[in-house]
Design a protein around this ligand. Structure first.
Ligand SMILES: [Zn+2]
Length: 391
C-alpha cells in the first residue's frame, strides 16, 4: 500500500526559475507527442532519438521526461475507455502550461542541513527547503512537484508501506456505525455528532468578490494575473481547511474504534439534486472514507437501503422527508434523532453482514473472521444502550 505525503516547498527565486524551466521542458515533450499515434515504447524510443536533434533535452532528467510520455499513454487509454462506453472523445489538448513534473524511483533525495530539510533533484539541484511535518518519509518511490494556481509549490512524496500480514486483534465491542449528512457531517452510533463545517459555503462571498475582480481586469494584464492569484489562494485555503478537518476527524475514529461501518454512497447520483449538489461536494465524504480506510483497522462499506427510514429497534418503516429531524416509531414508540437512528441501522446491517461472513472490508483482500463471543457481548451492550434510550 502506498501513502502520499504532501509537503510545502519553499524555493528561492533562483530555484523557482529552475523549477519553471523544468515544467517548460515537460510541456514541450507533452505537446510534441500528444497527437502522435505511437505506442508508449515507440514514444520512449523516439524520445531518446530526439535528444540528438534537440540536445537541450539532455538538460532534463531522462526518467522525468519518460514519465511525461507515460502520462500521455495513461491519458490516451482513459480516452479509449470512454469511447468504448460510447462517450464522444476528442484528442489531447495543446498544453498552454504544465504544472506538475514527476521523479519516479530515481533522481531525488532529501537531505538534512542543520534545522532544515532540503530537496535535491537530479539535473535541477537543490530546489529549496521542504517542510516535513512528520519524521522523514522512508522507502520513497516517487516525488512529484506541483505548482498550484496560487503560485505555491508542493512536493507529493509517495512512500511504499507494507500492510502488516497479520491483521491486528480486533475488539468487536469497539465498533461503530457512521452516518454522514449535510447539516451534521457525521452522527455515529455512540450518539456523537460533528457539525458540517461547510467551508465552501462560508467562503462564497469572498469568492464571488474575487471572481468579479478577475472579470473586471484586462485579460492577460499584470493586474489580471494578480487577481487570478488571489482567487486561486482562496480556493486553496478552502481545500486546506477541509482536508485538515477531515484528517483530524478520521484520526479520532481510527484511534477510538476497531471496526467502522459506513454507508455506501452514490455521490454521482446524489449530485444530480441541484439544490444539494454544492453542499455534497463541499462535504468531502469520499475523501473522509478514503482517509478512514487507510488509518483504521477495519472499515466496511455497508450497502444498506432505507437507513433513515427503518426503525433501528423494531425494523418498522417510518417514511419521512429530509426536513423531519426526529425519528418517531408508532410501533415500538422509539423516539430519537433521525441521524442517530440511521447510524444504528448502519451498525446493525454491518454486523449482520459480518455474521453472515459475506462482508469484505475495504482495502483488504480477504475476510477476517471475528470472535463471535465478543460480537455477542457488544450486541448485549447495544441492548443496554437501547434500554437507556427507552428509559
Ligand atoms: Zn420501532
Amino acid at each position: 500500500m502506498t501513502i502520499t505525503v504532501k509537503c510545502r516547498l519553499y524555493p528561492t527565486a533562483q530555484q523557482q526559475e529552475m523549477l519553471e524551466q523544468t515544467l517548460d521542458g515537460c510541456r514541450w515533450v507533452y505537446n510534441y507527442f500528444r497527437n502522435k499515434p505511437m505506442s508508449i515504447y515507440d514514444m520512449q524510443f523516439a524520445l531518446t532519438e530526439l535528444k540528438e536533434s534537440h540536445p537541450w533535452l539532455r538538460n532534463y532528467h531522462s526518467k522525468m521526461l519518460q514519465m511525461v510520455v507515460h502520462q500521455i499513454d495513461v491519458a490516451r487509454s482513459g480516452l479509449r475507455v470512454l469511447s468504448k462506453r460510447g462517450k464522444k472523445t476528442g484528442k489531447l489538448k495543446y498544453a498552454e502550461e504544465c504544472n506538475t513534473f514527476v521523479y519516479n524511483q530515481t533522481g531525488f533525495k532529501i537531505e538534512r542541513h542543520g534545522d532544515t530539510d532540503l530537496l535535491w533533484l537530479s539535473k535541477v539541484g537543490y530546489v529549496g527547503e521542504i517542510r516535513l511535518h512528520r519524521r522523514q518519509p522512508y522507502n520513497i518511490k516517487q516525488i512529484s512537484i506541483t505548482r498550484k494556481p496560487s503560485g505555491r509549490w508542493y512536493a507529493n512524496i509517495v512512500c511504499e508501506q507494507s500492510r502488516p500480514l497479520v491483521v491486528p486483534p480486533i475488539n468487536t465491542s469497539k465498533s461503530i456505525g457512521i452516518d454522514v449528512g449535510i447539516t451534521k457531517f457525521v452522527h455515529d452510533s455512540d450518539n456523537h455528532s460533528v457539525d458540517n463545517p461547510q467551508f465552501l459555503k462560508k467562503m462564497l462571498k469572498p469568492l464571488r468578490r474575487a471572481d468579479r475582480k478577475v472579470s473586471r481586469r484586462q485579460f492577460g494584464s499584470c493586474n489580471y494575473k494578480k487577481a487570478k492569484g488571489m482567487r486561486a489562494r482562496l480556493w486553496e485555503r478552502i481545500y486546506n481547511k477541509r482536508h485538515d478537518f477531515l484528517h483530524k476527524l478520521s484520526t479520532v475514529y481510527a484511534k477510538r474504534y476497531d471496526l467502522i461501518f459506513v454507508e455506501k454512497l452514490n455521490i454521482m447520483n446524489m449530485v444530480r439534486n441541484h439544490k444539494l449538489a454544492r453542499s455534497i461536494v463541499d462535504s468531502g465524504w469520499t475523501t473522509f472514507k478514503a482517509m478512514l480506510e487507510y488509518k483504521a483497522k477495519l472499515v466496511f462499506e455497508v450497502n444498506s437501503y432505507n437507513t433513515s427510514v427503518d426503525c433501528s429497534r423494531c425494523g418498522n418503516k417510518v417514511a419521512k422527508s429530509l426536513a423531519v429531524r426526529t425519528h418517531r416509531c408508532d410501533k415500538c414508540g422509539l423516539v430519537l434523532d433521525r441521524d442517530y437512528n440511521a447510524s444504528l441501522n448502519i451498525l446493525q446491517s454491518g454486523k449482520a453482514l459480518l455474521g453472515d461472513g459475506i462482508g469484505l472490508p475495504m482495502g483488504h483482500g480477504e475476510f477476517t473472521p471475528v470472535e463471535i463471543a465478543a460480537q455477542q457481548q457488544s450486541l448485549k451492550q447495544e441492548e443496554e444502550a437501547h434500554e437507556l434510550i427507552r428509559g
